[in-house]
Design a protein. Structure first.
Length: 72
């Protein structure tokens, strides 16, 4: 994916987290490398950091729904 898209997604993630407050966490993943897919996280609910792998929940949804998977 183009890096410019990630810049926009990161901005959107931060705005969403700021809007919904401290009980919100928004993660941006690059699915090109599932072992280090987390490229940005706004909020601190799960204590994950950039460079973390994708979660089992997302892997399950991707396996079940493929390209039709909805954002969560």
């Amino acid at each position: 994916m183009e890096k410019g898209i990630f810049k926009n997604l990161i901005r959107i993630a931060q705005v969403m987290a700021d809007t919904f407050g401290r009980n919100c966490e928004v993660a941006v993943h690059d699915l090109a490398n599932l072992d280090k897919s987390l490229i940005y996280i706004a909020g601190n609910i799960t204590k994950r950091k950039p460079g973390a792998p994708i979660t089992d929940l997302v892997v399950r949804v991707l396996h079940q729904e493929g390209d039709q998977a909805q954002d969560m």
